[in-house]
Design a protein around this ligand. Structure first.
Ligand code: GAL
Length: 488
């Protein structure tokens, strides 16, 4: 650590302990600390050793304009070749777990387990073994956006057969890696995948997004049943839900209702079927009403059958949440009937005030207080589930090493998390900072950097350098506390 970094660290920690706002209570001894990444974003080796193409390989190659800087993740941070360096850094940070994802087309190039790519399997076996030998728990996402292109050629997630494809893939993962993996995440951010991400380009708004979410729900539930009932394995299986906290603009009944409606439409879309059974009532009513007025003879929401409702309910062993920011929300007049749209079905306006602290990404404003409200909502809505925060992080555009803003973000968000545990009795079991290192940030390419570790993308060696925030996070993990003067 350079002297400069050391001095800035000491000064900033000093400042933080002086601040009344920062919670100074120690986190519980069994609290899990981690960092996250995903395969497409860090691995590179896009066609190495028999890997098949994913939809992200194809879209970045065929349509570079889709990406802000026109770049792709063919090499990215090259973790396919450098995973040992990554693990050494995780070890330095002192994390308890590492959240990474398996690239489906790296292990099953055609998407199906009758064609296994052994070098791909070996890569993850080595990664998992190396983590374990360093005392780091692997937390493994099975699907993080990189669908095998072969399956997209068959209509991807909106094909009802997706449920069976995912069942085969998840069974393969459980059987191949399950002895050494005890925390499984089936699908990352279905809401984003079906509405905003890749699928917003190929899928029809207000129609295919409902099909996509239903198939993800049933795919997840099927994997959960395979794991617990067919294979009788002993670990835990969850799905990663995500979004913002939605703060009502005023205390009016209309805005309070708009806030709750948004939470139900986004978090509740799959949260409700998983914990309470079926889609949220408000969602069913609104989508059915608008569908009818638009001339559809059944609701675009894709109603679940009573068998499907029973099958999906209770299939989340812990609540995995990705969350970065907050939005304000208010009631607006009902949109005229016309072309279907998910946003019109929701029917509210959300925005982020311009005076909120900005970051390297438009959608990501720094609003730490929203974290506590979100956690409290999840606790109350779903009867106090164990919550694992699987993503939370700060982006800048430079990857700068003296990243005090990121350090403050980590401190302030964790402070509200600690508050939620202490004052609201929320059962947060762990926190995973996104991301371990700078990487390919989807449509933003390399223009947004989230890492606590800098990666030099112009260097063939992809040299990694620790940022200031990594030293702060290391200290937080070591002391289980955000400030120097901690209370037990
Ligand atoms: C999430 C996603 C991650 C990461 C992060 C920052 O939506 O799961 O892959 O990119 O956002 O934008």
């Amino acid at each position: 650590m350079s002297l400069l970094i050391f001095l800035v660290l000491i000064l900033s920690i000093g400042a933080s302990s002086a601040s009344n706002a920062t919670n100074n209570k120690r986190f519980p001894e069994n609290f899990l600390w981690g960092c996250g990444t995903s395969a497409y974003q860090i691995e590179g080796g896009w066609n190495a050793d028999g890997k098949g193409p994913s939809i992200w390989d194809n879209i970045t190659h065929e349509n570079p304009n889709f990406i802000k800087d026109g770049k792709n993740a063919d090499v990215s941070a090259d973790s396919y070749h450098k995973y040992e360096v990554d693990i050494a850094m995780l070890k330095e940070l002192g994390v308890n777990f590492y959240r990474f994802s398996i690239s489906w087309p790296r292990v099953l190039p055609t998407g199906f387990p009758d064609n296994v790519n052994q070098p791909g399997v070996l890569y993850y076996k080595n990664l998992i073994a190396e983590l374990r030998s360093n005392g780091i728990e692997p937390v493994v996402t099975m699907y993080h956006n990189d669908l095998p292109q072969t399956l997209q050629d068959r209509d991807g997630i909106k094909n009802p057969d997706f449920v069976d494809w995912f069942a085969q893939y998840s069974r393969f993962c459980f059987q191949t890696f399950g002895d050494d993996v005890h925390y499984w995440l089936t699908i990352n951010e279905p809401y984003v995948a079906c509405t905003i991400g890749f699928y917003s380009v190929v899928y029809v708004d207000g129609i295919d997004d409902y099909v996509c979410m239903k198939n993800f729900l049933l795919a997840h539930a099927t994997a959960w049943h395979i794991y617990h009932e067919e294979l009788k394995m002993k670990g835990k299986v969850g799905i990663v839900l995500n979004s913002n906290w939605f703060e009502p603009e005023t205390n009016s009944t209309e805005d309070l209702e708009a806030s709750e409606r948004t939470m139900q439409f986004i978090w509740g879309w799959l949260g409700h079927p998983l914990y309470k059974g079926d889609y949220p009532e408000i969602m069913k009513i609104r989508v059915a009403n608008r569908s009818k007025l638009e001339g559809y003879n059944q609701s675009r929401i894709q109603e679940l059958t009573s068998e499907e409702i029973a099958f999906a309910k209770g299939t989340n062993d812990f609540f995995a949440a990705n969350t970065y920011t907050t939005s304000m929300v208010k009631r607006i007049p009902e949109a005229p009937i016309g072309t279907p749209s998910h946003n019109k079905d929701l029917g509210v306006e959300s925005y982020q005030p311009s005076n909120w602290q900005s970051t390297g990404l438009d959608w990501l404003k720094v609003v730490p207080w929203g974290m506590r409200k979100l956690l409290k909502w999840i606790k109350n809505e779903y009867s106090n589930p164990p919550i694992l925060i699987t993503e939370n992080g700060y982006a800048d555009s430079t990857g700068e090493l003296e990243d005090t803003s990121r350090m403050n973000y980590i401190r302030d968000y964790l402070s509200y998390i600690r508050d939620a545990m202490e004052y609201d009795g929320v059962n947060v079991i762990g926190y995973s900072y996104w991301s371990l290192m700078d990487n390919f940030e989807w449509v933003s390419g390399y223009t947004a950097k989230f890492g606590v570790i800098n990666v030099n993308f112009t260097d063939p060696e992809r040299t990694r350098t620790r940022k200031l925030s990594s030293y702060y996070y290391e200290k937080v993990i070591r002391n289980r506390c955000l400030v120097d003067d901690c209370q037990d």
